[in-house]
Design a protein around this ligand. Structure first.
Ligand SMILES: *[C@@H]1O[C@H](CO)[C@@H](O)[C@H](O)[C@H]1NC(C)=O
Ligand SMILES: *[C@@H]1O[C@H](CO)[C@@H](O)[C@H](O)[C@H]1NC(C)=O
Ligand SMILES: *[C@@H]1O[C@H](CO)[C@@H](O)[C@H](O)[C@H]1NC(C)=O
Ligand SMILES: *[C@@H]1O[C@H](CO)[C@@H](O)[C@H](O)[C@H]1NC(C)=O
Ligand SMILES: *[C@@H]1O[C@H](CO)[C@@H](O)[C@H](O)[C@H]1NC(C)=O
Ligand SMILES: *[C@@H]1O[C@H](CO)[C@@H](O)[C@H](O)[C@H]1NC(C)=O
Ligand SMILES: *[C@@H]1O[C@H](CO)[C@@H](O)[C@H](O)[C@H]1NC(C)=O
Ligand SMILES: *[C@@H]1O[C@H](CO)[C@@H](O)[C@H](O)[C@H]1NC(C)=O
Ligand SMILES: *[C@@H]1O[C@H](CO)[C@@H](O)[C@H](O)[C@H]1NC(C)=O
Length: 440
């Protein structure tokens, strides 16, 4: 009975994502993560999971009592060749920051709900500090050959954080899913709800497939759920993110420093800031590299941007109270955005090297030290919001010398009023098959 319920739910999710059922079963020994990646394969093959031969069920106290010890106990017991099950119809409470970076050849089948406590004092002190952009995570999951699936829910109890952040922008809001140092693994299908800020932080990881992730969670007060990025990737390579639905209020997927060989495909993003490279060049003295990205078949609705590359200029700038930067160097190279349908999106394409700097004179005076090259935007169609009329896109470099080979082909985008203009600055307009009507 329980099993058939779960199957029905999982099936429902797959059907709603237009996926086939054979995309499931990450735990099977012959499961090939590489073949599960469709239509584009990863840059390098993903490792195959070993068979799991033992099962451990996580017990739950119920009544909101901390189940962290139960979880750790089960993980240690079934690590190295087993499967840890979070039972259906159970809610597990997590009130302790869990270090799960010791995992190896283990599956976590999440059928029930895992909810994080709303003890903001505890989490601000004990959540894992990931240093980059002051990011902290409820837990860190890492190791080798780990699959997390089952279609259950991780609930970040975000409301208390949305309200607290409105009072103090410098509080540290934990990220729901910290994937730190994971080499080989599958994450999903899973439902992620009410993250205090970003939904995933993926750092120091490689060879990981995310699929069937369903993200949602809105604030029920006047304080918006802010910075709820779907994924932020950092210091990671050979990652695939696919077949997922993201309802959020910031970047749908974001590529932070030192991210290479990434496939993002078949996503439905609603309410986001687009699929974003960056922001990069935030920290002076640091070298940020983002290379070899293929972003394919994205539906982008109700968003500020569709395809986006954001780079800080060569001078210190302030985006907001808790976000400042500029002056860093590095490169963005070989990035393809192929096939995107937009609706109610402010800019179909936005490339900026003046991120955080409203004074354009100053931006051009101190060009970015971060180069952008070999970029292709192709097969992008749909309707903008009209908010930027007459512009539907903007491609602005801080100097001619730091951008090269930025191409746009088969772009069919208009505003509701029929406008189709692009701002093109310090770029080779002959490579842009768009209406470069303005430059600044
Ligand atoms: C990643 O690895 C580096 C080098 O070992 C380490 O300094 C850093 O703390 C790790 N985590 C993150 C989030 O960068
Ligand atoms: C990190 O936090 C410090 C102090 O809380 C703040 O000054 C700084 O702006 C924050 N940096 C970022 C990148 O958010
Ligand atoms: C990113 O890679 C560059 C080049 O290898 C390196 O200099 C830099 O320290 C790396 N940055 C981070 C945050 O790992
Ligand atoms: C594009 O993604 C959607 C899900 O958002 C999926 O239904 C469709 O099959 C995908 N198309 C291709 C060509 O992969
Ligand atoms: C898109 O997001 C809005 C909230 O901004 C929500 O009202 C709407 O239901 C979402 N649409 C879909 C299809 O998820
Ligand atoms: C650039 O990215 C594409 C995928 O869009 C990939 O096929 C190609 O190998 C990459 N080029 C290099 C030089 O790595
Ligand atoms: C866009 O948002 C509106 C509400 O603001 C919602 O009704 C609609 O479903 C959203 N569009 C999509 C395609 O999700
Ligand atoms: C940019 O790089 C040049 C040399 O590569 C260096 O002289 C200059 O200080 C850098 N500018 C910034 C803002 O980092
Ligand atoms: C923008 O920067 C320039 C150059 O430093 C300066 O002269 C100008 O006053 C600034 N404009 C504003 C509005 O701050």
């Amino acid at each position: 009975m329980k099993i058939s319920n779960t199957l029905t739910q999982a099936l429902g999710l797959f059907l709603s994502l237009g996926m086939t059922v054979e995309g499931k079963a990450p735990s099977a020994s012959k499961y090939s993560r590489t073949e599960a990646c469709k239509p584009h394969h990863p840059f390098r093959p993903l490792p195959v999971s070993q068979a799991r031969t033992r099962t451990c069920h996580v017990s739950s106290h119920g009544n909101g009592k901390d189940d962290s010890n139960n979880i750790l106990k089960a993980l240690h017991k079934c690590n190295n060749g087993g499967k840890v099950v979070f039972d259906e119809d159970k809610t597990y409470t997590v009130g302790t920051a869990l270090d799960m970076t010791f995992l190896k050849h283990v599956d976590l089948e999440v059928l029930g709900t895992i909810q994080f406590t709303d003890d903001t004092d505890y989490w601000q002190e004990h959540a894992f500090k990931q240093i980059y952009q002051n990011a902290t995570t409820f837990f860190q999951l890492g190791g080798e050959d780990v699959n997390v699936y089952g279609g259950g829910t991780l609930d970040g109890n975000g409301q208390v954080w949305y309200d607290l952040y409105a009072e103090d922008a410098l509080i540290l809001r934990p990220i729901l899913m910290g994937v730190i140092g994971l080499h080989g693994g599958t994450i999903g299908p899973l439902k992620l709800r009410y993250s205090p800020q970003w939904y995933h932080f993926v750092a120091n990881s490689s060879n990981v497939l995310f699929e069937g992730i369903d993200i949602s969670g809105y604030s029920n007060s006047e304080n918006e759920a802010k910075n709820t990025d779907g994924w932020d990737l950092y210091r990671s390579s050979n990652i695939v993110i696919q077949d997922s639905v993201i309802n959020n209020g910031d970047d749908c997927v974001s590529f932070k420093p030192n991210v290479t060989e990434i496939i993002v495909q078949n996503l439905h993003c609603n309410g986001s800031h687009g699929i974003s490279v960056g922001s990069l060049g935030q920290y002076p003295g640091e070298v940020d590299i983002v290379e070899n990205l293929l972003i394919y078949n994205i539906s982008m609705f109700n968003a500020s941007d569709g395809a986006r590359i954001k780079v800080w200029p060569g001078i210190s700038s302030a985006m907001s109270t808790d976000l400042q930067g500029g002056g860093g160097s590095g490169s963005v190279k070989n990035v393809t955005y192929d096939t995107m349908v937009i609706d109610n999106v402010d800019y179909a394409i936005e490339v900026t090297q003046c991120y955080g700097q409203k004074n354009l004179t100053l931006c051009n005076q101190y060009p970015s030290n971060l180069t952008i090259s070999d970029i292709l935007f192709t097969n992008i169609k749909g309707t903008t919001s009209g908010k930027r009329d007459p512009d539907v896109g903007t491609i602005v470099c801080s100097s001619e010398t730091v951008c090269s080979n930025i191409k746009a082909t088969n772009i069919d985008v208009q505003s509701p009023g029929g406008d189709d203009e692009f701002v093109c600055t310090n770029v080779d307009n002959t490579l842009l098959e768009v209406n470069c009507a303005a430059s600044s």
